[in-house]
Design a protein around this ligand. Structure first.
Ligand SMILES: [Zn+2]
Ligand SMILES: [Zn+2]
Length: 271
């Protein structure tokens, strides 16, 4: 028996003798099945060929990223607060070195994840640190490896700890969420955004898509609603899904300007 992982999206499947016949996450139009078909690995094989690298992004925020890159290639962020640590988004690889490093930083009080593409091995992280995983209920159908640590939240906001709040923005996934951290960016406020708000190659822009690999947009109404939902929140910085993708300052304005330009492009007729 083994836990199998999809090499294209990093999702883990329940303990079984062999890999699943298909990966519904990849078969969805927001992902893709590789040309030569689905490839599977196990947690043990992944750990033999990969390591996690760490970077401190600011005083209480650490990035964890797998090298060489695996599956979608997102990072997880470890956020330290006075009330305990939160893992934002998740990655498949949890090796002994990573576990020891997280323990040295005080362990985990909880895990919260932006959307199903980053669920990966959340069950193993939750077990290792005896903590819950907060997922929005609107995406519950995408959980392919149920676990007692999973807690579903409802509605548009959830305060996880003082000054740390999940905001459901939807768009890319109905339950798509970002994390607002009031003390981030030297107390000017930060958003940890996953790819619900995607930090673009031009670090002064963000974007919003239904499908990133298949380049499918969201509607103007949805982008307007997302920008409107972020407008009341105070933040100066956005940490996106991938290493190096950060809007370092002026991020609230960047969101509003990027959303307005996106809507303009959807509505204009380009020559
Ligand atoms: Zn997959
Ligand atoms: Zn995604």
């Amino acid at each position: 028996m083994a836990i199998h992982l999809c090499c294209a999206c990093g999702t883990s499947y329940p303990d079984a003798h062999g890999p699943p016949s298909r990966c519904p996450i990849c078969e969805d139009e927001r992902q893709f099945v590789p040309r030569d078909g689905q490839v599977w690995t196990t947690r043990e094989k992944l750990a033999r060929g990969h390591v996690n690298g760490w970077r401190q992004l600011e005083t209480d925020l650490f990035e964890i990223h797998t090298d060489p890159g695996f599956a979608i290639g997102q990072r997880a962020l470890l956020l330290k607060t006075r009330e305990g640590n939160i893992l934002w988004d998740c990655i498949a690889l949890l090796d002994d070195a990573t576990e020891a490093q997280v323990r040295a930083l005080g362990g985990l009080r909880m895990i919260a994840i932006s959307h199903p593409h980053y669920y990966t091995c959340m069950q193993d992280w939750a077990r290792a640190f005896a903590c819950p995983v907060h997922l929005h209920a609107a995406d519950a159908d995408w959980i392919v490896r149920p676990d007692p640590a999973i807690r579903h939240w409802h509605g548009d906001t959830l305060e996880l700890l003082p000054g740390v709040t999940l905001l459901r923005l939807g768009g890319h996934f109905p339950g798509g969420a970002v994390l607002h951290w009031a003390e981030g960016a030297e107390a000017r406020g930060a958003i940890l955004s996953g790819d619900i708000v995607q930090v673009a190659a031009d670090l002064g822009r963000v974007s919003f898509l239904w499908s990133y690999p298949n380049m499918m947009p969201l509607s103007a109404a949805t982008v307007k609603r997302i920008a409107g939902a972020l407008a009341p929140w105070r933040f100066d910085r956005i940490y996106g899904a991938f290493p190096g993708r950060e809007v370092m300052t002026g991020a609230a304005h960047v969101v509003q300007r990027s959303a307005a330009r996106y809507i303009e492009l959807l509505q204009d007729d380009q020559p």
